[in-house]
Design a protein around this ligand. Structure first.
Ligand SMILES: O=C(O)CCC(=O)C(=O)O
Ligand SMILES: [Fe+2]
Length: 346
């Protein structure tokens, strides 16, 4: 068994006022992690424990409500907002890979995101930036989710500044296509009542997928379940270290760098102990870029005499093809490179 390590990077010199030497060391470390693993344990992010504790309390408060109450917050799949009940999505369809059974991922989720009103400076299509639905039963839920959202967005922005240094582009390069970014916060709850677990069934908390955007900032509790496909084509268990946020790159960054930086495949398989799933919680903040931005591979990442691995695509086209797979069950036939990696996994 090969050793698998998710590198830890302390970004405090970029989140605060670090020296130029310290900042370039961090950019070098991050570059190495992005080339070799695509997942990083981030410390020094500056998100107070009171904010992540509040987030966890908001998750607990919402998901412990009865199903019929949660279902009041269902929204159309394309909006990417509101409640997704257990077994209503299948992430492997986002890659065009058939899951064992249709729409069988057992996670439930609640999504909020950046709305058109958040970007008064930009002309945006309202259907790409849908308004949020907030649970009426608990006023703290919104305050807590919005507080974490603002911190996660700040961390994502800090990361794109480090990315710019690591990739050798202008410091504000990412800002040119993230000033009205499709940002979504997805709270995930992995739990099924014991009676709903079929013996011997192939249970998947969340099917294998790559994330769709630029970068994901992931808060998770330390219950096992998250697995990452390593360069050795086998799945490895990963948990966030104490106080760390996990960060992973998404497809947009893989496209920008011609796969030199990795949009790493991952999935969630929480442990079943005595016929009961050990409950697990995570909250992913997806920083996806402006819906109308066209993503083209940076020429310096394409070997001389070769074509880029990906054709140009707008963020909106790319995200919709993926969401139509995971949320509407329309197999994505464009994710050829990601699907090939799933089939190569052992
Ligand atoms: O639950 C996790 O740890 C991962 C969630 C995830 O991959 C996602 O929401 O995209
Ligand atoms: Fe993911």
């Amino acid at each position: 068994m090969t050793e698998f390590l998710v590198p830890t990077v302390d970004i405090s010199s970029w989140a605060g006022d670090g020296s130029p030497e310290e900042r370039s060391r961090v950019a070098r470390d991050l570059d190495h992690a992005c080339r070799t693993v695509g997942f990083i344990q981030i410390v020094g992010h500056g998100v107070p424990a009171s904010v992540t504790d509040g987030l966890a309390a908001a998750v607990d408060d919402f998901f412990t409500r009865p199903l019929d109450v949660k279902k009041r917050y269902l929204r159309p799949a394309a909006e990417n907002r509101g409640y997704s009940p257990p077994k209503s999505e299948s992430l492997s369809y986002s890659l065009g890979v058939d899951p064992v059974t249709r729409m069988n991922d057992f996670f439930e989720a609640f999504n909020v995101g950046a709305s058109a009103a958040d970007y008064p400076h930009a002309v945006v299509a309202a259907d790409d930036y849908a308004a949020n639905t907030w649970p009426a039963e608990n006023l703290d839920f919104r305050t807590r989710a919005e507080s974490y959202f603002a911190h996660a967005r700040r961390v994502a922005h800090t990361l794109t500044r480090i990315f710019a240094a690591a990739l050798g582009v202008e410091p504000g390069w990412f800002d040119t296509f993230t000033d009205h970014s499709l940002d979504v916060l997805r709270m995930n709850n992995y739990a099924l009542p014991p009676g709903e677990i079929e013996l011997g069934a192939d249970l998947t908390g969340m099917g294998e997928h790559t994330d769709f955007g630029i970068v994901t900032v992931l808060w998770a509790d330390q219950v096992a379940g998250l697995q990452i496909l390593g360069a050795d084509n086998t799945w490895h268990d990963v948990q966030p270290a104490d106080g760390a946020l996990l960060v992973n790159l998404g497809d947009i960054t893989a496209r920008l760098t011609n796969d030199v930086w990795m949009s790493t495949l991952h999935r969630v398989k929480p442990p079943v102990v005595d016929g009961t799933i050990e409950r697990r919680r995570s909250v992913a903040f997806f920083h996806d870029g402006n819906a109308d931005a066209t993503i083209r591979t940076l020429p310096q990442f394409v070997p001389v005499g070769e074509e880029p691995l990906y054709d140009p695509v707008t963020v909106k086209e790319h995200i919709l093809a993926k969401l139509n797979g995971s949320r509407a069950g329309l197999k994505n036939t464009t994710a050829v490179r990601e699907a090939a990696r799933v089939h190569a996994a052992r």
